[in-house]
Each structure stands twice: as structure tokens, then as C-alpha cells.
Write a protein of this length. Structure first.
Length: 211
């Protein structure tokens, strides 16, 4: 499949924030499941004790249900907040009136190079014929610019993970002054990072945008 035909790529190109309601509802359902499991275990403590006696592995029973109970609301609030923040930033970008070829939401920390760029850190980068422009959550204009003429290469950033294997975690920009690493988010309005399998696609899309 052509990279531009991928639905998630089209949403980033068009600056489209996926609906957050379904995600929040799903996370709340997860919390309800956690609450029911906690309640069931409280009513059957003898079964929990029997499980521990026979397996000596009680962690999954003790830790998972409370984790589900807490993680659902926490992740739901994070998704709602990220969606609201990104919509505000997109509104500022559209008011600026500059043509945008692609939107690149990022997590923090978003920039690594020999000299760290100053705050505020961008939460969203736009790409156009001039290069990359970093927009923070509270400004009406970009606070960082990365022109195409400074960029020598765009590739996937990797680091040594568990087991000694290299893991993809971001986008690596070789520049005339060192390097910049951006850690993309999975979509506009989402707080979590992008899946490693999508980073190669994202690197190809961005390389194709160079004038």
C-alpha cells in the first residue's frame, strides 16, 4: 500500500484529530472490569489464598485488577486533555494561514541534540516547503524552526533495548549542526507514542515532502 493511502497518514496530513469519545468509553469499560475483578476477589479470598498456595504466583491476582481500575480513568483523562490541547494548537496554526503539508505530533522530551533547544517544547510540528516548525501548547506562532537546508538526512532513531536488541523509538534528523530526535505520537489528540512499526513509514513520508 502507498504510504499516503494509509488512513493514519492521511489524518496527519490533513490535521484531523480522531474522535476521543470511543477511546475514553473503552478505557472506562476497562476500569469497570478492574472494579468487578477487585470485588470478586474480595468475596472469594479463600480462592485467592488457595491460588497462592498452589502456584506461589499471586501478583497477577493482586496487581492487575487495581491496575485496570486506576489506569482506565487516568488514560481517559490523558486522552481527553491531549485532544483538547491539540485542537487548540491546530486552531492557532489555521489562524496563521500558512499552508501545511503535514502535521507531526510529538511527545516530550522531543528534541535531543548537542545543545538542547530552549523551552517551551513543541507538542506539534508542521511541515511545509520551508521546513519544520515547532508549535508549543500556548503560543500563537512556532517557537522552533528546522529549515530543509539544514537537514542532511531523515531516518529512524534507535537505541539499545532489553536483550541487547536495537529498538526504534523516534525520528532522527541529521543537520548541519548535529542532530535532532523527535518522538512522534500515534495521532493528533493522542498522548501516547507511535508504534515502532510506523516509524519507517513516517520517515519515508517526511523525506518525500522535501522540495
Amino acid at each position: 500500500m502507498d504510504d499516503d493511502a494509509e488512513p493514519w497518514v492521511r489524518r496527519l496530513r490533513d490535521g484531523e484529530v480522531p474522535p476521543v469519545r470511543g477511546l475514553v468509553v473503552g478505557l472506562l469499560v476497562l476500569s469497570v472490569v478492574g472494579a468487578l475483578l477487585v470485588w470478586a476477589e474480595a468475596l472469594h479470598l479463600e480462592w485467592v489464598a488457595d491460588f497462592w498456595e498452589h502456584t506461589r504466583r499471586i501478583g497477577i491476582l493482586v496487581l492487575v485488577p487495581p491496575a485496570l481500575l486506576v489506569a482506565g480513568p487516568a488514560a481517559g483523562v490523558a486522552a481527553w486533555w491531549a485532544s483538547r490541547r491539540d485542537r487548540r494548537v491546530l486552531a492557532r496554526i489555521r489562524r496563521a494561514g500558512s499552508p501545511v503539508a503535514f502535521h507531526l505530533p510529538v511527545t516530550a522530551p522531543v528534541i535531543r541534540e548537542p545543545d538542547e533547544l530552549p523551552d517551551p517544547a513543541p507538542v506539534l510540528w508542521t511541515v511545509d516547503a520551508e521546513g519544520f516548525h515547532g508549535w508549543p501548547s500556548g503560543d500563537d506562532r512556532p517557537v522552533h524552526d528546522l529549515p530543509w537546508e539544514r537537514i542532511r538526512r531523515i531516518d529512524v532513531a534507535t537505541h539499545r533495548g532489553r536483550g541487547g536488541l536495537d529498538e526504534d523509538y523516534g525520528l532522527w534528523f541529521a543537520t548541519d549542526r548535529g542532530h535532532v530526535v523527535l518522538a512522534p505520537r500515534g495521532a493528533l489528540g493522542r498522548p501516547s507514542g507511535i508504534a515502532a512499526a510506523k516509524l519507517q513509514v513516517l520517515a519515508r513520508v517526511l523525506r518525500a515532502l522535501r522540495p
